[in-house]
Write a protein that binds this ligand. Structure first.
Ligand SMILES: Cc1ncc(COP(=O)(O)O)c(C=O)c1O
Length: 392
């Protein structure tokens, strides 16, 4: 006997990609653009910092994060967004944002609202954990188009009142994976008004907040503070995976209103897996340091420039504002992925694998997602192959 709610989950994107490509030999030296795994170096002091604290592996760590880690996260939010949060009441350590995005739904969202099944809104295409989180609490996952027509962000205001009335939360990803779009102050302002009117939460996935071109993306907390919104409206998720190139460290944090955070902490005191103490210590140092983040951004800027240079004049290309993905309109994303692999050894992900079928079709079907994470020379080779395929 198994739960029905997960029975219809499609295979995850990467097994699907393997099934699409792996019967065919690569048409050249392999360029990895499918997985968004950061590959720039992390600070060289990181390993020593962990080793120096190794005795901490002999202790059970605090679930919510050490005071130093929460203070460092608060310091980062203050420097980056000009917001002041109470590190004791408003911040909690996470093992990366993915599990936090999942567990926040468990801790914060009802299964029913206004006497009906609750709805959890998410962009389409989207980062897949949002959907599983909604299903886990028995809510309906509602996929809101995040297409060229909507500026690649979900247009929540366009949804029917009846749906908004039973909406418990909306997941928003900014900078967005896969589209590279950024929610600006006006977007957050309107969404906060809607959340207030219809009494839902905004779960803001801001794990790409530090990868941008020139202007730092606005954060949900920043706008909520500026308009003195109810602090319980917004819960934000930040990660060191992209900021510091340590996806294997499994370290992030969640921040929001004291009531929301108390509920998340309460659930996790039962079921959470706290970060090992040496990792908490190292994480605090990473949040305290901005120099390595600036250097990381410099490397991504060069890749953005390369992408603009190689693909900029093609109609399927939209220059990403932030994040490290290209979201390329190719006509048929699966076909383009297969061609890239067979003709050039370039692995990129069909957009359909990141989206759900909707009334008008699958909004990712025409797209290909290409990550700019590999070394620069490889990225250049990948971009040139993409140009070749897009031009055809
Ligand atoms: C949009 C988005 N959110 C969250 C995550 C999870 O990252 P982590 O758990 O490493 O913080 C990712 C990872 O790729 C992502 O792309």
């Amino acid at each position: 006997m198994y739960p029905e709610r997960f029975g219809s989950l499609p295979a995850y994107a990467f097994p699907r990609l393997r099934a699409l490509l792996d019967d065919h030999p690569p048409g050249g030296e392999v360029v990895q653009m499918a997985i968004g795994e950061p590959q720039h170096p992390f600070p060289d002091w990181l390993a020593d910092t962990i080793a120096a604290e190794a005795a901490g592996f002999g202790r059970y760590p605090p679930n919510e994060g050490t005071p130093a880690l929460r203070q460092a996260a608060a310091g980062y939010l203050e420097r980056r967004y000009g917001v002041t949060l109470d590190p004791d009441a408003q911040i909690m350590a996470l093992n990366g944002t993915r599990e936090g995005l999942y567990n926040a739904a468990m801790a914060l969202l009802p299964s029913e609202k206004a006497g009906q099944r609750a709805a959890v809104l998410m962009p389409n295409p989207f980062y897949q954990v949002y959907m599983v989180a909604a299903r886990s609490i028995g809510a309906e996952a509602v996929f809101v188009p995040a297409t060229r027509e909507t500026g690649f962000l979900p247009d929540v205001a366009a949804l029917p009142e009846e749906l908004l009335a039973r909406t418990a939360a909306v997941y928003v990803c900014s900078p967005a994976n896969p589209q590279g779009a950024v929610a600006d102050a006006v977007y957050w302002d309107r969404l906060l008004d809607l959340a207030e009117t219809h009494d839902f939460k905004i779960l803001a996935d801001e794990c790409y907040a530090e990868i941008y071109r020139e202007t730092p993306p606005t954060g949900a907390l920043e706008i909520a503070a500026a308009k003195q919104a109810d602090p319980e409206r917004v819960v934000v998720f930040h990660s060191l995976s992209k900021r510091s190139n340590v996806p294997g460290l499994r370290s992030g944090f969640v921040a929001g209103g004291p009531e929301s955070l108390a509920r998340i902490k309460q659930l996790r005191s039962y079921s959470g897996a706290p970060l090992p103490l040496p990792i908490q210590h190292a994480s605090a140092r990473l949040w305290d340091d901005d120099d390595h983040v600036e250097e990381n951004r410099r490397l991504y800027r060069r890749k953005f420039a390369l992408a603009d240079e190689v693909l900029g004049d093609l109609p399927g290309y939209t220059a990403p504002e932030a994040g490290f993905f290209l979201w390329l309109e190719t006509g048929d994303g699966e076909r383009a992925a297969l061609r890239l692999w067979r003709e050039a050894g370039v692995r990129a992900l069909p957009g359909a694998y990141l989206a759900q079928d909707a009334a008008g079709g699958n909004p990712g079907a025409a797209y290909l997602r290409a990550a700019l994470v590999a070394p620069e020379a490889e990225v250049l080779r990948g971009l040139e192959a993409i140009r070749h395929v897009l031009e055809d």
